[in-house]
Design a binder for this molecule. Structure first.
Ligand SMILES: *Cc1c(COP(=O)(O)O)cnc(C)c1O
Length: 301
C-alpha cells in the first residue's frame, strides 16, 4: 500500500500547476496528488505526531473526526502502514450504514467509537476505549491534527517549495492548522488568505494566532463569505462550479473544502482583488475521497 514501515507513506513531491486560464498568474500546489490514500494536507499534519508516538514507544493513536473526515481516513491509513493501532472517535450516534469514509477507515484497521455530539464537542474519550487500551500506550491527536506539531509539518512542507515568487497564498480552512503552517513559512511580502469552510467560525483567527510564533500573526486573514451554507454543505451552484472549474483547469476539487477555495479565488479574481503584478498560489489540500458521498453523476470527474 505504498508504505514504508519506518518512514511512513511514500509521499511524492507535490507539483505546481500553472493555470493558463488565469494568464499564468495563478498556480495550484497539487497536494491532492501526493498519495492515493493519504492525500492532501493530512500526512504533513500527522507526521510529527506519529513520529512522537514512535519515539515514545506508543502503539496506539486516538483521534477525532466526523463521518466524512479526510483526517480519519488519513490517520487510519498512515497508522496501518506504520504498524500502529488506530482508534477513531466519531461525531454522532452510529448510523445504520457506515459512510464510505468510515468503511475505508475500518477496513484499514481503525476501531471506531461513536459518541454523542455533546460529548464529542468536549472531546471526551468514551470510557469503553480504556477497557481496550492503556492510557500509557496511547497518543491522542486533536481533531484535524490541530496543534504545534501539525503546523510544523505544514510549514516544513511549505519551506520545501519555492514560495518567493508568489504574492498571495490561498488555502481552505477547517481547523486553521494548514493556514498557520503557510503563514509561518510565508515571506514578509506575501499575504496568506484562508477560505473558511465552516460558517461563522470567528474564533478561527484567534486559534491560528495562538499557534504562530511572534511576528507571523499579521500576514494572514480569513474570509468567511464562501462557506455555501456551512461545513460539508453544498448547493447546486457549487457542484456546477466544480464541473466548470474542472473543464477550465482539469483540476478536480472536493465539495467540502477545495471547491469553496477555488470558487472564492475565481470570485476575487473577477472582482479585481488581485493587482496585475500578483501571482497567486492556491493550495489544493486534497479531500477528493469525500465526493463519494455525493449523488452519483453529480460530477464529471
Ligand atoms: C482537512 C482539510 C482541510 C482543512 O485543513 P485545516 O488544517 O484543518 O484547516 C482543507 N482541505 C482539505 C481537503 C482537508 O481535507
Amino acid at each position: 500500500m505504498l508504505f514504508d514501515k519506518n518512514s511512513g507513506p511514500a509521499i511524492s513531491q507535490p507539483r505546481i500547476q500553472i493555470l493558463s486560464a488565469f494568464n499564468g498568474k495563478a498556480s495550484v500546489l497539487r497536494l491532492d496528488e501526493v498519495h492515493p490514500v493519504v492525500s492532501g494536507n493530512k500526512w504533513y499534519k500527522l507526521k510529527g505526531y506519529l513520529e512522537k508516538a514512535q519515539t515514545e514507544g506508543k502503539h496506539t493513536i486516538i483521534t477525532f473526526g466526523g463521518a466524512y473526515s479526510n483526517h480519519i481516513v488519513a490517520t487510519a491509513a498512515a497508522c496501518a502502514g506504520l504498524g500502529l493501532q488506530s482508534i477513531g472517535i466519531i461525531r454522532g450516534e452510529a448510523p445504520p450504514g457506515l459512510s464510505p469514509t468510515l468503511s475505508e477507515a475500518r477496513s484499514l484497521g481503525m476501531k471506531l467509537h461513536f459518541t454523542a455530539r455533546t460529548a464529542y464537542r468536549e472531546k471526551i474519550i468514551p470510557p469503553e476505549v480504556w477497557t481496550q487500551v492503556s492510557k500509557e500506550d496511547c497518543l491522542v491527536i486533536a481533531e484535524g491534527g490541530h496543534g504545534p506539531l501539525g503546523v510544523r509539518g505544514i510549514s516544513t512542507l511549505a519551506q520545501g517549495i519555492a514560495l518567493e515568487p508568489y504574492s498571495h497564498i490561498l488555502c481552505a480552512v477547517g481547523t486553521g492548522t494548514t493556514l498557520a503552517g503557510f503563514a509561518q513559512a510565508a515571506f514578509p511580502h506575501q499575504q496568506v488568505i484562508g477560505i473558511a469552510a465552516l460558517k461563522n467560525n470567528f474564533s478561527l483567527e484567534g486559534s491560528v494566532k495562538e499557534v504562530l510564533p511572534n511576528g507571523h500573526a499579521e500576514n494572514f486573514k480569513v474570509l468567511h463569505a464562501y462557506h455555501f451554507g456551512g461545513y460539508a454543505k453544498h448547493t447546486p451552484e457549487l457542484l456546477q462550479f466544480m464541473n466548470d472549474w474542472y473543464r477550465l483547469t482539469s483540476i478536480p476539487s472536493d465539495f467540502v473544502y477545495t471547491a469553496k477555495l477555488f470558487y472564492a479565488f475565481q470570485q476575487l479574481w473577477q472582482e479585481g482583488f488581485f493587482s496585475p503584478s500578483s501571482h497567486v498560489l492556491l493550495v489544493h489540500s486534497g479531500g477528493l475521497q469525500g465526493n463519494r458521498s455525493l449523488t452519483e453523476g453529480s460530477l464529471i470527474f
